[in-house]
Write a protein that binds this ligand. Structure first.
Ligand code: PHE
Length: 344
């Protein structure tokens, strides 16, 4: 029996030595130390021994077990260490590899144009004013000289929420609100950027929601020539130093006189091309001298104060400037469109 135990120990140690990975090692553990293993079997035969021999054999069996166990642990530690080393060798880091590029976000082209226009007017001493998009009928129409039943209200197909509340159809209500806040005292010099809403069917040049920038100056001795000088400056900064502007008579209920403003074509310099449809001029905004009724309703003395106002669509400005052919591109957020405006 003693020999058998020594022999088993010998065998097991050899197999442990030969085990080349953790799985093989575990197989050896199960084979020799498991309940169905040969050592257990040997111990089962102890019943046939004399009482003196039994403890000696028991102690020997334990020694053998212990020896195998110790060898198993040592080998396991060794194999694990080898595995870590293998991994480290295989996974060397190449510090010369180029890094993965991080995708950078960029402001939306419309945001950029609006900010550009804002900066331009801030440079001329204007401040930015804002107002609600859900607006009272009073500020959107009445305070702008469009009383209820005025035929010009037909020009503005509006989203009404109640009889008295609607989504603003233009940024002009911000003029009315700002003038009211000034309580009849000038000067007022603001631009108002923001979203506006009209019941248009969306197509290449119409959108039910778009943006406007309104400008308003009210002070003593403000003349139409001030309006013209201001807008010429704007046109040159926006479309190039060689640009000129012209006024064409028009109508807005809140300005008198009213004008449409054209800029000389930045594509052909005014000779006529497909961008300006052969005319040499491109319409960019509406403007005029603030109607005395509008000044009076907001609490300004129209004998003392005069003013000018203008309104433009940043989408239109951006479309002209960048040759964009469909207003819907601004709202669909197709990344291929937006990426063309990325900063480098
Ligand atoms: N509010 C006008 C529009 O929406 C634009 C405008 C503003 C015209 C100010 C004149 C003066 O069409």
């Amino acid at each position: 029996m003693k020999e058998r135990l020594h022999q088993l120990q010998q065998e097991a140690l050899e197999k442990i030595e030969q085990a080349s990975d953790l799985k093989a090692l575990n197989d050896v553990r199960i084979a020799y130390l498991g309940k169905k293993g040969p050592i257990t079997e040997v111990l089962r035969g102890m019943g046939s021994l004399s009482p003196e021999e039994r403890p000696i054999m028991g102690a020997l069996a334990n020694e053998v077990r212990q020896a195998i166990q110790t060898a198993l642990e040592a080998k396991q530690a060794k194999l694990e260490q080898e595995e870590v080393e293998k991994k480290l060798a295989a996974e060397t880091i190449d510090v010369t590899l180029p890094g993965r590029p991080i995708r950078r976000g960029n402001p939306h082209p419309l945001t950029r144009v609006i900010e550009e226009i804002e900066d331009l007017f801030i440079g001329m001493g204007y401040t930015i004013a804002e107002g609600p998009e859900v607006e009272k009928d009073y500020y959107n129409f009445e305070a702008l000289n469009l009383p209820k039943g005025h035929p010009a209200r037909d020009m503005q197909d509006s989203f009404y929420i109640t009889e008295e509340i609607l989504l603003r159809t233009h940024t002009s209500p911000v003029q009315a609100r700002t003038m009211e806040k000034h309580q009849g005292r000038g000067p007022v010099k603001i631009i108002c950027p923001g979203k506006v809403y009209r019941r248009d069917n969306d197509d290449a040049t119409h959108s039910h929601q778009f943006t406007q920038i309104e400008g308003l100056v009210v002070d003593e001795n403000i003349r139409m020539s001030d309006l013209k000088g201001t807008l010429r400056e704007f046109a040159r900064k926006m479309f190039g130093e060689d640009r000129d502007i012209r006024f064409r008579p028009s109508f807005f209920p809140f300005t008198e006189p009213s004008v449409e403003v054209d800029v000389s074509c930045f594509n052909c310099g005014g000779h006529g091309c497909n961008v300006c449809k052969g005319t040499g001029w491109i319409e960019i905004l509406g403007a005029g001298m603030v109607h005395p009724n509008v000044l009076e309703m907001a609490g300004f003395d129209s004998k003392k104060y005069t003013g000018f106002a203008f309104g433009m669509g940043p989408e239109r400005i951006a479309m002209l400037k960048y040759g964009i052919d469909d207003i819907r591109h601004f709202y669909q957020n197709d990344i291929r469109f937006l990426q063309q405006f990325n900063r480098v």
